[in-house]
Unconditional design. Structure first.
Lengths: 264, 358
């Protein structure tokens, strides 16, 4: 099994509550993510899954609770700080830089690895050139990994949906994150594209050792990929545990999974 | 057929990332540079240099500046005229205070002063976007012009309120003021523009340019991958104003020779430069040049055709000119909203595939 790769606690979320006005989006949520695991968050629409990811990478600031990432506890952090600490993510609705090429999108993902100042960049010699070439090589490794060589110079706005999702994963991977947050990476895909994406998620996890937090609606995918599953419903924590435990949990079945269809 | 990259193989990333990866593009740009610096000064007379090429090059520099801010970083600005005025008044003050520094360092220094002012007026961009930001930059436009009219220190307390460029030399040739040599002025401005166009191209294809475009295309996603909006936006304002300020300095000191703030740097200047980048192509260095060429030559061309060719009354011709340019702008935007630079790119794509349609 894959159990051996999982290490100690990487992220610990404690008693997080988040509301917008009178609407309570997250209510006293606590869970942890261990180093090297694939941790899924599931729940019906509006359960607060995406909000949870937004809290983790600093885009939303919860009213209560704390987050401990790699041993450091904080109530909130700015998104770029989260990024520099090794948290990257993809979005439910693709958030690529549409006017830029695939390569430029992925290179932008590496912006934190690049340091040369404006003057070297204007001259494009010396350190600026070396840095650009080194990072190009790293970007090309990701392009190879995701098998998107053919579209590297194409503007992403014109790519088909499935490929855009792949480029977005590439942009997140370019930052060489320790924790990767994937918000419905397979939404709207056909079964072949889904299989590809599952393979990428597993490969990222096993080859790069990246810890992954995954939001996904396809239960077959979630149950196959995940090490542990957290279930949310209306901002509340319904269940948390191994895929099998969650699958057989009566509250989860009532709230979300429903009665299995006959053809399944 | 001639324009093909077939057979030009890139064996490493360095070649692939070259400024002009396709050999034919390199020949074209070399030819353009050769014509600019070797052929034009020999062939063209003083009228061409002074009335067409100088304003074209200076406006191209200003358009390049605005394009960095609006085209690359997505921050709309209507303060270009005022920032050009900051460059002009800076260079005037510097030329009268420390002329011993030499003209080129003074122009760069005025660019830096404008960059500081531009950054200051760019601060609202951290909170407001789009049209609302445009209104905030409009405040810069009116406030700065008012300031230059009101405070005597800026125009050295002379009675007219105008600033006049004192003669300054470069390698022994006078390049500013009324007695300057047109060819020397042309070389100076063309050199400036060529060099800083190269710098702009380099910046926009590197990390900083990508961060600007990331902020333009999807600011939230940019922030979440580590692009700091504060630094990206303010650096865009700074670099943009640096270019616009230098353009303003050259506009006043080299081209006009003397200027009066309300007339030379009013809101119409801001719109003119904005039209240039919209027509030329947002987010394109080439587009800045094409847009400037279009907006500078079109009125002259129309006037020549109507007044000299058809014998139209001058006043009537001026009105027809405004109408025609308006119609042309609308026409262009309908045919190709991404500007002349996009048309050029489509033409290149077609040439590569010719004679096949796909």
């Amino acid at each position: 099994m894959i159990e051996h790769k999982i290490g100690g606690e990487m992220l610990k979320v404690e008693n997080i509550s988040l509301s917008f006005g009178i609407m309570k989006v997250l209510d006293d949520i606590s869970f942890d993510i261990k180093r090297g695991e694939i941790r899924s968050i599931i729940g019906p629409n509006g359960a607060g899954k995406s909000s949870m990811l937004n809290v983790i990478n600093g885009f939303y600031h919860p009213q209560q609770g704390s987050i401990t990432f790699k041993g450091e506890t904080r109530k909130q952090m700015a998104p770029h700080v989260a990024a520099s600490h090794g948290i990257a993510r993809t979005f439910q609705n693709i958030a690529l830089f549409k006017g830029m090429s695939t390569l430029d999108n992925i290179m932008t993902g590496r912006n934190l690895k690049m340091k040369t100042n404006l003057f070297w960049q204007a001259l494009h010699i010396g350190p600026a050139r070396t840095e650009e070439l080194e990072n190009r090589e790293a970007a090309e490794r990701i392009i190879d990994f995701l098998d998107i060589q053919a579209i590297r110079k194409k503007p992403v706005g014109k790519l088909p949906y499935g490929l855009q999702k792949r480029v977005e994963l590439g942009r997140a991977l370019a930052a060489e994150p320790e924790l990767l947050l994937l918000d419905e990476p397979m939404a709207g895909m056909n079964s072949e594209e889904k299989e590809d994406m599952c393979r990428f998620v597993l490969d990222v996890n096993s080859e790069f050792g990246t810890t992954i937090a995954l939001i996904e609606h396809d239960m077959a995918v979630v149950m196959d990929l995940s090490d542990r599953v957290l279930v949310l419903d209306y901002g509340k924590q319904l269940a948390d545990g191994l895929p099998d435990e969650v699958r057989n949990n009566q509250t989860v079945i009532d709230a979300y999974l429903g009665i299995p269809h006959e053809q399944d | 057929m001639i324009y093909r990259e077939t057979g030009q193989f890139k064996a490493n990333y360095q070649d692939d990332q070259a400024l002009f990866p396709i050999a034919q593009d390199r020949y074209v740009i070399l030819a353009v540079l050769l014509v600019t610096f070797a052929v034009v000064p020999l062939l063209l007379n003083q009228y061409w240099l002074n009335a067409i090429l100088l304003p074209f090059l200076i406006y191209a520099l200003a358009a390049l500046g605005l394009n960095i801010l609006t085209g690359y970083c997505g921050q709309l600005s209507l303060g270009t005229g005022a920032f050009m005025a900051v460059g002009a008044f800076s260079v005037f003050k510097l030329m009268t205070a420390i002329p011993e520094l030499g003209f080129i360092p003074l122009v760069i220094l005025s660019g830096l002063i404008t960059a500081a002012v531009g950054t200051l007026f760019g601060l609202p961009s951290l909170r407001i976007k789009g049209f609302y930001l445009a209104v905030a930059t409009l405040a810069a436009q009116f406030f700065l012009i008012w300031l230059f009219n009101k405070v005597g220190w800026f125009f050295n307390y002379n009675a007219t309120g105008m600033i006049t460029s004192p003669p300054m030399t470069l390698f022994g040739v006078i390049v500013t003021g009324p007695s300057a040599d047109p060819v020397a002025k042309y070389y100076l401005v063309a050199g400036f523009v060529a060099l800083f166009a190269l710098f702009a191209k380099n910046i926009t294809r590197g990390r900083i340019g990508r961060n600007w475009m990331a902020i333009r295309d999807m600011d939230i996603a940019a922030e979440l991958i580590g692009v700091r909006p504060l630094i990206a936006k303010l650096s865009a304002f700074a670099v943009s104003s640096f270019y616009v300020g230098m353009a303003g300095a050259l506009y006043f000191a080299v081209w006009l020779g003397s200027a009066e703030p309300t007339e030379a740097f009013d809101i119409n200047q801001s719109f003119l430069v904005l039209f240039m980048i919209i027509i030329g192509g947002l987010g394109s260095v080439l587009g800045s040049f094409l847009g400037a060429a279009f907006m500078v030559t079109m009125p002259i061309l129309l006037k020549n055709i109507m007044v000299d060719g058809l014998g139209t009354d001058t006043a009537l011709a001026a009105h027809i000119e405004i109408i025609t340019i308006g119609v042309l702008i609308i026409g262009f935007l309908i045919v190709e909203p991404h500007g002349l630079a996009r048309l050029w790119r489509i033409a290149k794509e077609k040439m590569r595939l010719w004679p096949f349609p796909h």
